[in-house]
Design a protein around this ligand. Structure first.
Ligand code: NAP
Ligand code: MG
Length: 398
């Protein structure tokens, strides 16, 4: 069989621990035999980030701007324990945070739905994609403990020195106070990423805040979304046969529970943090969640939603068998290859991505899976495979 040719490279961001092991196996068994794989390789493994003073992370994000599509392996975000383990020069920042800041993107997380791994919510038939705004609100909040009676005000000082004040509260006893902010430009990018991704995936877009209570703060989110929608997207959505609608967050939560899925739910930063954990655990497994960073300019970075699966890696190092689920990492590759194919008009590459996903899903649905899925499946007597056997089983089907 002749291998599928690529015209433009993908940006390949390698990573750490168990997912780095899976990464290599996926390339060897599922990609290289079929595709003349063209990638620009960046090693984001912690050792190499440390050697390059994290410059490699910045370079990989800039390469994504050049080539538009990247695929990323999970990476370690250093903490005190990792400083010692890897003898780091510095506690390097989270690569995902660095890349997100450079691409100004929004993260979309969606579960991979297979028969036999049933969501806790019975009526959910299709994936629910959560889009989380990744800037501001309580994550950049300033807080104060109020020790005793006194007055708290919000003060805005313009560049010319003029001031505007708003009373927060007159305390007659101890309490607490919090100030938070967001930036219109960031909300606009978030809105555009959501509208573009809805068009891309042909799914309805829901957006919800608490604008009835937060009449300026949350209401501004609602207004910005609506203004951009009306000016730039209304016509495109109608042509694509999809819908944008805004509703109150309480109403959205109630509707989500009763829905059958198949849409994108855009959330403010905190709502997205909380709701993505709810949606992923209700769909069954973190190992079955994909994640894609989409910038308003149309740059895409695909990855798995889970981490480097450290516990399995240490077993692997001791020579013990692991049964680590590679599905989300395989789907990061298929997502990136499909997008590459779409941008380059490379139909063969797009079809390969479809076939790879189908082979993966069919393998699980036929009863062969990794241990994490075997523990929750409704399929009787599943065959539990180790990390390598599972990838080989997919390869056989492919
Ligand atoms: P994790 O790697 O997501 O794993 C947590 C646990 O979830 C695992 O121990 C395992 O449970 C289960 N799990 C996750 N993915 C799995 C898979 N593919 N197959 C089977 N089981 C899976 O989270 P962590 O252990 O908290 O973090 C490890 C490292 O990953 C950290 O250094 C963190 O900084 C990094 N991280 C990176 C990213 C990213 O790059 N996007 C995201 C999150 C975390 P059992 O042990 O019970 O089998
Ligand atoms: Mg969370």
């Amino acid at each position: 069989m002749e291998k599928i040719k690529m015209t433009t490279p993908l940006v390949e961001m390698d990573g750490d621990e168990m997912t780095r092991i899976l990464w290599k196996m996926i390339k060897e068994n599922l990609l290289n035999p079929y595709i003349d794989l063209k990638t620009e390789y960046y090693d984001l493994g912690l050792e190499h980030r440390n050697e390059t003073d994290d410059q490699v992370t910045i370079d990989s994000a800039n390469a994504t701007k050049k080539y538009k599509v990247a695929v990323k392996c999970a990476t370690i975000t250093p903490n005190a324990a990792r400083m010692e383990e890897y003898d780091l020069k510095e506690m390097w920042k989270s690569p995902n945070g660095t890349i997100r800041a450079i691409l100004d993107g929004t993260v979309f997380r969606a579960p991979i739905v297979v028969k036999g791994i049933e969501p806790c919510v019975k009526n959910w038939k299709k994936p629910i994609t959560i889009a989380r705004h990744a800037y501001g609100d309580v994550y950049k909040g300033t807080e104060m403990k109020i020790p005793k009676a006194g007055k708290v005000e919000l003060v805005y000082t313009a560049e010319d020195g003029t001031q505007e004040k708003e009373l927060v509260h007159v305390f007659d006893s101890p309490g607490i106070v919090q100030g938070m902010h967001n930036i219109s430009k960031s909300i606009e990018s978030f809105a555009r990423s959501c509208f573009n991704y809805a068009l891309d995936t042909k799914q309805d877009l829901w957006f919800a805040t608490k604008d009835t209570i937060s009449k300026k703060y949350d209401h501004t989110f609602k207004d910005i979304f609506q203004e951009i929608y009306d000016a730039e997207y209304d016509e495109k959505f109608k042509q694509a046969g999809i819908e944008y609608f805004y509703t109150l967050i309480d109403d959205a939560v109630a509707r989500v529970m009763k829905s059958e899925g198949g849409y994108i739910w855009a959330c403010k930063n905190y709502d997205g943090d909380v709701m993505s954990d709810m949606v992923s655990s209700a769909f069954g497994s973190l190992a079955m969640m994909t994640s894609v960073l989409v910038s308003p300019e149309g740059y895409y970075e695909y990855e798995a939603a889970h981490g480097t699966v450290q516990r399995h890696y240490y077993k692997h190092l001791k020579g013990e068998e692991t049964s680590t689920n590679s599905v989300a990492t395989i789907f990061a590759w298929s997502g990136a290859l499909r997008k590459r194919g779409e941008l380059d008009g490379n139909k063969e590459l797009m079809e390969f991505a479809d076939r790879l996903e189908k082979a993966t899903i069919d393998t699980i649905e036929s009863g062969s899976m990794t241990k994490d899925l075997a523990l929750i499946t409704t399929i009787e007597n599943p065959t539990v495979l180790n990390s390598k056997e599972f990838i080989k089983a997919i390869a056989k089907r492919l």
